[in-house]
Ligand binder design. Structure first.
Ligand code: SAM
Length: 322
């Protein structure tokens, strides 16, 4: 097993199925241009072989399919079918929910039991301003249908000063009433936000500021979370839970167990590092040739992890998958 001197190892793999997206969120795509799929995307078969190799070489236990927007990819069904026999502890998906109702039968047939849906506001105007694509009512309908089909739902919200801070409580009410877990994600210094400290500071809401807003309506207490969880978890007694991925306020690099595979065949060991490692061609090789080479690259990818805290990175989520 590949372990670093802090005892970290890769357990969770995030695969970006495609870099194409039907949104152009302000914090991810500053120029607002619609993202298209890269010409040299891996096929679903190559990705699935890669996941199988990584399970063996790194000891991956859990898989999350992300993007870009995974539900726009024609490879979704083939990838889900191909990774099912790997018997991973968990396969989940992060989506903006726009195509959720339409793709729900594919997710249900593949045995997906939980999904994260990104939703930054319940206000239609603010939604258009942040996502710059899609339609709020369609997302809400998709979430409702997914919940009715038995999927566990987490809602991801990035609180942004001046854009959706007034939506923290409405979104929390919405989730608590329906039994979904809301996860706030502190804005991360990625891409243009890593270069433009002023925009980052203007928009950033810290854990402390967020908890102050929540405390205006709810009494909460910190709850248990797994050691390598990225989210701090809080309980609102008798009503439910919420989480905060407090990347800046309470860095979690010391216990990070994430590995990312881009849609074009690069491994990323850390969101905060611009290093990446080419593996696409290895996935076309037979197992006995691919595994030793992959192990060498995994050692390097693990060494890319920050010691303590995320310091910002040139890469953006749309490329390596959130
Ligand atoms: N399209 C899918 C979705 O919207 O969930 C998956 C990809 S998206 C990049 C994954 C998550 O990353 C979303 O919840 C999004 O809000 C988050 N994200 C993107 N850029 C971010 C940033 N700079 N800081 C914090 N979260 C970010």
């Amino acid at each position: 097993m590949i372990v670093d001197r802090q005892g970290r190892r890769f357990r969770n793999l995030r695969v970006s199925l495609t870099s194409a997206c039907n949104y152009a969120c302000t914090y991810c795509v500053p120029d607002g241009k619609r993202l298209v799929a890269a010409q040299d995307e891996l096929s679903a078969e190559a990705m699935a072989r890669g996941v199988a190799y990584l399970v063996e070489a790194a000891g991956i236990e859990r898989l999350r399919i992300t993007g870009g927007e995974p539900l726009v990819s024609p490879k979704l069904e083939a990838l889900l079918d191909a990774v099912k026999p790997l018997n991973l502890q968990d396969i989940s998906l992060t989506t903006n929910g726009q195509l959720l109702a339409r793709k729900l039968p594919v997710l249900v047939a593949a045995g997906i039991q939980r999904i994260n849906v990104s939703l930054d506001t319940l206000d239609p105007d603010a939604f258009r301003g942040i996502a710059r694509g899609g339609d709020l009512a369609t997302v809400l309908d998709g979430i409702e249908q997914a919940a009715a089909a038995g999927l566990r739902i987490k809602v991801n919200m990035v609180p942004l000063r001046g854009q959706n801070l007034d939506q923290v409580l409405p979104l929390l009410d919405y989730c608590l009433m329906r039994g979904y877990e809301l996860r706030f994600i502190e804005l991360m210094r990625m891409g243009h936000l890593a270069r433009d400290g002023q925009t980052f500071s203007q928009q950033f809401i810290s854990l402390e500021q967020l908890l102050a807003v929540i405390g205006e309506r709810y009494a909460y207490q910190q709850a248990e979370a797994p050691v390598d969880a990225t989210a701090l978890r809080y309980e609102i007694p008798r009503q439910g839970y919420f989480g905060v991925i407090a990347n800046e306020s309470v860095p979690f690099c010391r216990t990070c167990s994430r590995l990312r595979l881009s849609s074009t065949g690069w491994l990323h060991g850390c969101l905060s590092s611009s290093n990446r490692h080419r593996v696409g061609e290895l996935f076309d090789q037979p197992r006995h040739q691919a595994l030793p080479a992959l192990q060498r690259l995994l050692v390097r990818a693990l060494a890319d992890k920050q010691e303590v805290a995320f310091s910002g990175g040139a890469t953006v989520m749309k490329v390596i998958g959130g």
